[in-house]
Design a protein around this ligand. Structure first.
Ligand code: ATP
Length: 288
């Protein structure tokens, strides 16, 4: 074999067509969860014109947990998510992702890059694009010059999209325009778009608002299946849904944690009962 053939052969072995080129693959962020915890929120405070939206809030979430966050309107749930994801700056406190990543000194893009994905209540899919294209746009790829030059999907990336389509139950709708999906399917597509970027922690705001009972049930199955490999925090008002998915529920009230425990513990907690319902218990299906 000539020197030239040797070089070509060695190039082929290094850069196989069926693999993502190493320099195009974003380095996976290491998240230290040696203490089993992935999110540490401590003494978090944030005031808007003197009004305490977050008030010495402490929250710890285990790696792989599916945690539900509930609380009446204005309790501070969205503000907490905003601080975790870098959308809003707090006045004081600490927020760590694993033991080493201080989220308070990072911006939204850096936090997303670390592996924290957020889904807002309203689905924001690209309606004029197909389901597949929506997922392609969300792949965790480096958007720099080199990757843009080699922008065709690799087989690994296509496999990843297929995998996500299966997870969110949209494999049969891959070529459909996202705008033609039902409300529930759009929500699943958006969850899929988050998954395509391979996040470690998912923050999901009111996923079942506006869904049919069947869609709600499928969403419960989907979110339950995601936990374990990933950590999922769900903000939700629908108590029946929360009961169907939650192991641990955190109740926020006036910017602080009022109670934490299983749904049964929460429903019989005197503070929770007093704050929300006077003397009656939280009824299933009721919105808090
Ligand atoms: P909901 O269930 O209605 O979404 P929430 O628990 O998410 O409620 P937040 O949206 O976090 O509550 O709001 C907490 C409090 O902070 C509310 O009283 C809200 O009016 C106030 N607040 C939030 N953002 C701002 C802001 N940018 N400026 C002033 N006040 C704000």
């Amino acid at each position: 074999m000539s020197a030239n053939e040797n070089t070509v052969e060695s190039f082929r072995e290094t850069f196989r067509r069926d693999q993502v080129w190493p320099f195009l693959t974003p380095a996976q962020t290491k998240v230290n969860v040696d203490n089993q915890m992935i999110l540490y929120v401590e003494d978090l405070n944030l005031s808007f014109d003197g009004f305490k939206a977050l008030n010495n809030l402490n929250l710890y979430v285990n790696d792989g947990e599916l945690r539900c966050l509930i609380g009446a309107n204005g309790a501070g749930k969205t503000t907490l998510m905003d601080v975790i994801t870098g959308k809003t700056q707090c006045d004081s406190g600490t927020v760590f992702f694993g033991q080493t990543h201080n989220l308070l000194n990072k911006d939204e893009a850096a936090i997303a890059q670390l592996g924290i994905g957020r889904k807002f209540q309203k689905p924001t899919v690209f309606e004029e694009q197909s389901v597949f294209d929506n997922l392609e746009l969300s792949l965790k790829t480096d958007k720099g010059v080199l990757p843009t030059l080699f922008s065709r999907l690799t087989p690994t990336q296509i496999d990843r999209i297929d995998e996500v389509l299966k997870i969110v139950g949209l494999a049969k709708h891959r070529f459909m325009l996202a705008g033609a999906l039902s409300h529930g399917q759009k929500q699943w597509l958006e969850i899929g778009m988050l998954l395509a970027a391979d996040p470690r922690l998912l923050l999901i705001d009111e996923p079942v608002a506006g869904m049919t009972p069947q869609e709600t049930e499928k969403t419960a199955e989907l979110l339950t299946s995601l936990a374990g490999e990933r950590t999922v925090i769900v903000v939700e008002h629908d108590m029946e849904f929360v009961r169907s998915i939650a192991r641990t529920v955190t109740v926020l009230h006036q910017g602080s944690v009022l109670a934490e425990g299983t749904m049964d513990q929460i429903q019989s907690n005197r503070d929770v009962i007093e704050v929300y319902l006077g003397e009656s218990e939280i009824a299933e299906g009721e919105e808090v």
